[in-house]
Design a protein around this ligand. Sequence first.
Ligand SMILES: Cc1ncc(COP(=O)(O)O)c(C=O)c1O
Length: 411
Amino acid sequence: MAFNSLLKRADPGAASYNRPMHLRHSHRLPASFAPNPLTLALSKVRAEGKEILDLTLSNPTDCGLDYPSEPLRGALGAPEVLGYRPDNRGSAKAREAVAAWHGHSVAPEDVLLTASTSEAYTWLFKLLCDPGDEVLVPSPSYPLFEWLARLEGIAANATPSYWHERWHLDLVALEEACTPRTRALILVNPNNPTGHFLSRSEWEQVLEFCAQWKLALIVDEVFADYGLEAPEEHLPTALETLEPPCPLFVLSGLSKVAGLPQVKLGWIVARGAHAKALLEPLGFIADQFLSVSASAQSAALAALEAAPAIQAQIRRRLKSNLEELDRQLLSYPAISRLPVEGGWSVLLRRPALDSAESCALRLLEEAQVLVHPGHFFDLPGENYLVLSLLPPLGVFARGMAQALPILSLRS
Ligand SMILES: Cc1ncc(COP(=O)(O)O)c(C=O)c1O
């Protein structure tokens, strides 16, 4: 539960840094490391030895998937991993595998390997921003942006997207949030946890917006292979655009593509002449770290060859859990779910008779069911709970069966 405990700490701006000098840490870090109320409650329930039905489970290696262990272990332990052949962009073999995986005319020389998508963000922030600069982040979204940005000495300005029959980027709000210090726009396609795929028309507007404001565009597509209920006009990948009018960097990695977060391999694809012109300075940054292990690079091809089979299992799991949710929701008309265009999460909408946090605490304490309150992802209001669709079907079904009566008590 590193995720729970990391997020939504005390306001990062409200630091009290009056510790003895030798214990003082920089203002980039949270002011307090006190766990949030849900993490505290979780530790208490665990200490009581009660079984927890974890509907936030998003670690694919804990979900009972069947991994092709022989080829993966063979590649992770191949003889070549005993030699050190540093290449700041990553080994040619691994980059070839990534380029072939993407298609869409991605060439190995357009790819730069990282140890994770999170690391890819930090390198792009170093590349594009000076301390005090800003990046735009649509909200709700993946909550690590704020900290990844702060740790680089920059600000992530969250700009609300809105729900009207589906999620929409608010281009006017993005424009209003732009300042002379804004350097990049980050998009997640499909977004986590809302599942929102960009529409083709949003994409056209975003490209125009970035060109006009001279922003780089960073598109995180870690969930792009997990479209579920996506509308016809969705943008399956930003890589469809061959020559964008601004620097475009597309991020992905084995964590979601092959369900292998522990291998620690992510990548950046530079798309178009503007982004490719920045590959040399980006390589300079990578050269200071050389953080991608020989094993991870050696396993890239085997992992990507295994990815279709692993993804097929994940997709089946997502669909079964969604069907189970729909079946159970038939008995609870006051509670509904939003469409899942893509990704591994579903948003449950309930009447907000108490705060989403109180509701999550109640579910944990009364039914030992763990869900995330919407505000962990900056979802507006108190209606939303966020569930992972990845838990084994039995766990998901029991969790919902125990949670829904409690949710409906106040509905
Ligand atoms: C949208 C998004 N991007 C990136 C990541 C992290 O990926 P990695 O394990 O490659 O750092 C996550 C993890 O949940 C995510 O949701």
